[in-house]
Design a protein around this ligand. Structure first.
Ligand SMILES: C[S@@+](CC[C@H](N)C(=O)[O-])C[C@H]1O[C@@H](n2cnc3c(N)ncnc32)[C@H](O)[C@@H]1O
Length: 253
């Protein structure tokens, strides 16, 4: 993390954003809300961004932190007031029954908004959430809205590439999956036949899955959701439905 004094000639003007739940940290933001900062009890301030092969930063969007990687937003906010609303709508769409004991795989944790939202459903017993980047996990530790990732015993964080991790999972493990990868051009393995075959293998019969696929302009004549649907059907999934507002697909095993 970069200290504002080190990173800029002039110290930026900061305003109060929030206190951590235990009161030990004070979160601040610059006037344009481009960055988040954390102030510790000893007065030291760090800007919540870092380089680790890529540039990762937290910033506010309508009062809620979002993650940017190399300037790309990792939470879909178009058509949503905040990224938390997106996570809620994704999870609502899985139509998880209130009764039961369900196991969920949240592939590509990010700030954990989808993992945390799905963990609030009473019938969800466990959420396994995989994230490739240690930098993202570090920033999530400083995000007040990601706190439950580290305190809720239902959630287990796996610091691994989903593509590799899924190969180590036993057959028929999950009742629900949320697969929220970066866009296709940045993570093609997570849209590959091999990944989908493994996804099919680790899902229980009847499992429901949400898969963010993004929206690719139709100008080039390429429809990413059509390509993905073709691969999913080939892997053995059925009942694929594309939801434009969520830029993602629901489907079943
Ligand atoms: C769109 S964000 C996920 C947002 C998340 N669902 C949330 O609610 O905050 C995508 C995340 O996937 C991570 N990622 C990228 N490639 C990955 C991979 N191969 N395996 C696991 N995570 C990956 C990125 O670091 C990023 O944090």
């Amino acid at each position: 993390m970069v200290n504002p004094k080190e990173s800029r000639n002039k110290e930026p003007k900061l305003k109060f954003y929030k206190k951590s739940s235990d009161g030990s940290l004070t979160y601040l933001t610059d006037l344009e809300e481009n960055f988040l900062f954390v102030q510790r009890l000893d007065g030291t301030i760090s800007r919540l961004d870092l380089f680790d092969q890529h540039y990762y930063k937290l910033r506010l969007y309508n009062g809620i932190p979002i993650l940017e990687v190399d300037g790309l937003r990792m939470q879909l906010v178009r058509d949503f007031k905040t990224p938390l609303d997106y996570a809620k709508e994704v999870v609502d769409g899985l139509k998880i029954q209130n009764k039961g004991k369900f196991h969920v795989f949240d592939s590509c944790m990010g700030l954990g908004y989808t993992a945390i939202e799905v963990s609030t459903r009473p019938s969800v017993a466990s959420v396994t959430s995989s994230e490739i980047s240690q930098a993202v996990i570090t920033l999530a530790k400083y995000n007040p809205y990601s706190e439950q990732l580290f305190t809720n015993k239902k959630i287990e964080i796996i610091n691994q590439d989903s593509f590799k991790f899924i190969k180590s999972i036993a057959d028929n493990s999950f009742d629900f999956v949320i697969h929220d990868p970066p866009r296709f051009s940045h993570a093609d393995e997570l849209y590959s036949n091999e990944f989908y075959q493994n996804l099919h293998r680790v899902c229980k019969k009847g499992a429901k899955i949400f898969h963010y696929v993004g929206s690719v302009g139709t100008k080039g004549g390429r429809s990413i959701e059509e390509e993905v649907i073709g691969r999913l059907l080939k892997a053995g999934f059925k009942n694929t439905i594309y939801v434009k507002k969520l830029q993602g697909l629901y489907f079943e095993k």
